[in-house]
Ligand binder design. Sequence first.
Ligand SMILES: *Cc1c(COP(=O)(O)O)cnc(C)c1O
Length: 371
Amino acid sequence: MKPETQAIHAGHHIDPASGAVTQPIYLSTTFERAPDGTYPLDYVYGRYGNPNRTALETSLTELEGGVAAAAFGSGSVATMSLLQALQAGDHVISSNDLYFGIRVIMTDILGPWGLDTSFVDTSDPAAVESAIKPATRLIILESPSNPLIRVTDIARIAEVAHAGGAYLAVDNTIATPVLQQPLMLGADFVIHATTKYLGGHSDATGGMVVAREETALFERLRQIQMIGGAVPSPFESWLTLRGIQTLPYRVRAHAENALKVAQFLDDQPQVEQVLYPGLPTHPGHEVAKRQMKAFGGMMSVQIKGGREEAMAVAANVNVFTRATSFGGTHSLIEHRASIETTGTTPENLLRLSIGLEHPDDLIGDLAQALG
Ligand SMILES: *Cc1c(COP(=O)(O)O)cnc(C)c1O
């Protein structure tokens, strides 16, 4: 079925106890055994599994075209759990432009536990190839990336990973499965911060790992999820599944609005550079056209000058909200270097999450803020 249909039906069923069309929220932390000691419905204890979490995992598995998924309490712990499923001494190659918290997990948190990470520009396949070592088990990348909005050729890096005996994991948070399906391009795992477009309304934190095949690594990830318990609550699972029902239509509108805003910003004299893969001048435009259905709702803009000039633009918006995160209905603007602790983002960069307001109002707001 098509994504619009999957988004509404995958993981959904009529509740047999009540006929409810929308799944009830199951708050129970424990489930009854049959007289013979078995669990006829497979649920045992809330940390191991919950019907709302199962529904969410089923939905993402189908949307990404995988075989299984594990839901987590945040995007960050989803990636951290995949990394924890590796062994001390294993080597990981990571995009050098990725969500800054993941870099902190790799270096400050799992570094002392023996994880060896190299950060490379994954949009350059030769750089990835030369970073492979005998101990490389996993390549992890974001495309489009965050906040420099770089595009990586996923199929090409999947070949590089597999030739080097490693798995490829793609953080698909910015594109969503509506615009890009990494598993179909050869990736082994897809990661999501469901906090962003999947939930879609800035009201539920969560993460997900979807697997292309049942592997020992995924089994271990499942063990970390169930035994460690960094899982979403039933309510957050329910909210996220509710958001997913409108995902294909929201993402299309986010991308349409973003292209208009990017084209406007690209013509403004105060702007040094717009980083948006939908612009033909973007170095990743051709690859993005090949592997994405549209270019998404996220962009960064570098303002002529430095920190002060960028902060002044953010200070003057009225329709955009100055806030971190992205993927909700509200348009957000953020001076990215102010929130990151990794010191890797230019001081004149503003990251924009283009929401679902009318594009003329967004462009009008940016015009007056730049003025
Ligand atoms: C937000 C984000 C994360 C982290 O997700 P949380 O739910 O905030 O932990 C990871 N990767 C990407 C690409 C993100 O945008």
